[in-house]
Write a protein that binds this ligand. Structure first.
Ligand code: NAD
Length: 486
C-alpha cells in the first residue's frame, strides 16, 4: 500500500489518490485535477478525481468497516488516535509546509493551523474514553431508564480550503473517537494536506475502510448519491452558508443528521473605556489571521465615536508594518489568496465600496507574481454598506463609527450570520455586550477563540451543532434509551 502524496520539499510534482477501503487508487475513469501553488502560480501536482460510483464504493467500504470499529474498546480507539497525534506532531513542519504550498497562507498561520489541527487527535483520544450514559428511575417507579450513546454510523465529512488540515481533523478525530467510519471529501483547491493527515491515520493503525477519501468534481451529484445511500447517517459540513443550505435540503430526503459550520460575518466592537492599543492589536489579529480567510475573521469594526479616529490611524499604522509575500519565506506575515478568483472577489468588494464613497487606505504593496491582496482599511463606512453585509475573506477592515454600546450591539446583530463576535472594553461593559450578541462565540478582550477543548460553532445561519470540546463528539453519537423492568 502506498500513501499519498509524495513529500513536500521535493522538486517532483505531487500526486494524490483516492483512499477507498484501504487502497490508494485512481478514480474509475482516471480523470485528474491540477493543483496550483497560488503564491507563484506554478503547478504543484495532480489529484485523482472520483466519479459517483467511486464515492459509493467509499461509502460501502465505510459501511463494511463500521461494525468492527464501532465495537472496538474505547481505550483502543483512544490509543490509535494518540498514535496519530504523535506521528503528526513529529511531522508538524511538513504539514505546515504543505498548507503553505497549496493554500498560499503565511508560514506562521500554517504552523499555527498545523498545531491546532494535530491537537484534535489528542483531545478526542482523551474524550473517546469518556462517552457517558446514565441510569434513571422513572417517576412512577415502574422501570429504570437506561440511557446509552452509540456511534451514529457512516459519516460524510465535507471540508473547505481555508484550513485544509484543521477543518478535516476537527471532524475526523471526534468521528473516529465515537466509533464512526467516514468518507472525507476535502476541497479540491487543497487536497494534499488532507491526504497527508489521512496517510498518518493509516500509519497509526486505523483499520482499513474506516477512513476513506474522495475528490468528486463536480461535488454535487456525488454528495447527493452518498446522502441517498442508506448507510450514510451523518453529514458534517464546513463551508459556505449557500452550499450548507443546499446540503441540508438534500440531507432532508433521507433524514440524515447534519452538523453545519458555515459562514461568518464577525463584528469587532470597541467600547468606551477600551485601551486603544490593545484593541488595535486585537483587531489586527482578528482580521489578519489566515490573511483574513477565516470564518472567524473580524469582518466589521464598530468603534465608539470618541475612539474611532485614534483606532483607525493606529490600525492603518499596524497594517502597514506587514511583510507580504510567499509563505515559504518565513519572514512574510501575509501570504497569498488561495486562487486568482478569490483575489478578484475581494478586489471587487473594495472597488464597490470605493464607488459608494468610502475612503480606501491601502497599507503596503504586493508582489507582482501570485494572488496577493494588500492589507486595506476602509473609513467612512455607512451602516448599510455592501462590504459589511458580505463575508470579505481577505485582509480588508471596514471601520464604522458608533454613538455608544447600544448602537454598536444593534448594528452587530443586523446580519443573518452569528458565528463569533469580539468585544474590547472594560469587563462589565464587555460582558453586557457579549450577552446581547447573537453569536455562538465571543472573544472578550481577546482576538482568537478557537481551542480544541472549546465548543466551536454558530447560531442563526452560521451553522448547526458544535465542533471541539465535549460537545464535538456528541455530534457523532446517537442516544439510545432502554426501558428496563427492575
Ligand atoms: P464552499 O461552500 O464553496 O465549499 C466547501 C466544501 O463544499 C468544498 O469541499 C466544496 O468542494 C464542497 N462543495 C461545494 N458545493 C458542493 C455541493 N453542491 N455538494 C457537496 N459539496 C460541495 O466553501 P469554501 O469556499 O471552500 O470555504 C469558505 C467558506 O467556508 C466561508 O464561507 C467560510 O466562512 C466557511 N467556513 C466556515 C467555518 C466554520 O467553522 N464555521 C470554518 C471554515 C470555513
Amino acid at each position: 500500500m502506498t500513501s499519498a502524496p509524495s513529500p513536500p520539499g521535493t522538486k517532483s510534482e505531487l500526486s494524490g489518490k483516492l483512499l477507498i477501503g484501504g487502497e490508494w487508487t485512481e478514480g474509475s475513469t482516471g480523470r485528474t485535477a491540477r493543483v496550483y501553488d497560488p503564491a507563484s502560480g506554478t503547478l504543484l501536482g495532480h489529484v485523482a478525481l472520483a466519479e459517483v460510483d467511486d464515492c459509493l464504493r467509499a461509502v460501502e467500504a465505510a459501511q463494511r468497516a463500521l461494525p468492527d470499529w464501532a465495537s472496538r474498546a474505547p481505550r483502543e480507539r483512544a490509543e490509535l488516535l494518540r498514535s496519530a497525534f504523535d506521528l503528526l506532531r513529529a511531522e508538524r513542519d511538513d504539514i505546515a509546509e504543505m498548507i503553505v504550498r497549496e493554500n498560499g497562507k503565511a508560514w506562521a498561520d500554517a504552523a499555527a493551523e498545523a498545531d491546532y489541527a494535530i491537537e484534535f487527535f489528542r483531545w478526542y483520544g482523551e474524550e473517546a474514553v469518556r462517552i457517558e450514559g446514565d441510569l434513571r428511575t422513572s417517576p412512577s417507579g415502574d422501570k429504570r431508564i437506561l440511557v446509552t450513546r452509540q456511534p451514529v454510523g457512516v459519516s460524510l465529512l465535507i471540508t473547505p480550503w481555508n484550513f485544509p488540515a484543521a477543518m478535516a481533523t476537527r471532524k475526523l478525530a471526534p468521528a473516529l473517537a465515537a466509533g464512526c467510519s467516514v468518507v472525507l471529501k476535502p476541497a479540491l483547491e487543497t487536497p494534499f494536506t488532507a491526504l497527508r493527515v489521512v496517510a498518518a491515520l493509516e500509519r497509526a493503525g486505523i483499520p482499513q475502510g474506516v477512513v476513506n477519501v474522495v475528490f468528486p468534481d463536480p461535488p454535487g451529484p456525488a454528495s447527493r448519491a452518498m446522502l441517498g445511500h442508506p448507510a450514510v447517517r451523518k453529514l458534517s459540513f464546513t463551508g459556505s452558508t449557500e452550499v450548507g443550505r443546499h446540503l441540508l435540503r438534500e440531507a432532508a430526503d433521507t433524514v440524515v443528521s447534519s452538523s453545519m459550520e458555515l459562514g461568518g460575518n464577525a463584528p469587532f466592537i470597541v467600547l468606551d473605556g477600551a485601551c486603544v492599543d490593545e484593541a488595535v492589536e486585537g483587531a489586527f489579529t482578528a482580521k489578519m489571521r489566515n490573511g483574513g480567510a477565516a470564518c472567524t475573521a473580524a469582518n466589521r469594526f464598530y468603534v465608539v465615536e470618541s475612539l474611532v479616529d485614534e483606532f483607525t490611524e493606529k490600525l492603518v499604522a499596524r497594517m502597514s508594518e506587514v511583510t507580504i509575500g510567499p509563505g515559504l519565506d518565513r519572514a512574510n506575515q501575509l501570504g497569498s489568496c488561495v486562487s486568482e478568483a478569490e483575489k478578484q472577489k475581494i478586489a471587487e468588494l473594495i472597488e464597490k465600496v470605493a464607488v459608494e464613497g468610502c475612503s480606501v487606505i491601502t497599507c503596503g504593496s504586493v508582489p507582482q507574481l501570485g494572488s496577493f491582496i494588500a492589507p486595506t482599511v476602509i473609513r467612512g463606512v455607512a451602516a448599510g454598506s455592501s462590504i459589511i453585509r458580505e463575508e470579505i475573506f481577505g485582509p480588508v477592515a471596514p471601520v464604522i463609527s458608533c454613538a455608544d454600546e447600544d448602537e454598536a450591539t444593534t448594528l452587530a446583530n443586523e446580519t443573518e450570520m452569528g458565528l463569533v463576535g469580539y468585544v474590547y472594553g472594560p469587563m462589565r461593559r464587555a460582558l453586557r455586550v457579549a450577552e446581547r450578541l447573537e453569536v455562538g462565540m465571543v472573544g472578550i478582550n481577546r482576538a482568537i477563540v478557537s481551542d480544541p477543548a472549546a465548543p466551536f460553532g454558530g447560531v442563526k445561519q452560521s451553522g448547526l451543532g458544535r465542533e471541539g470540546g465535549h460537545e464535538g463528539i456528541e455530534e457523532f453519537l446517537e442516544i439510545k434509551y432502554m426501558a428496563v423492568e427492575w
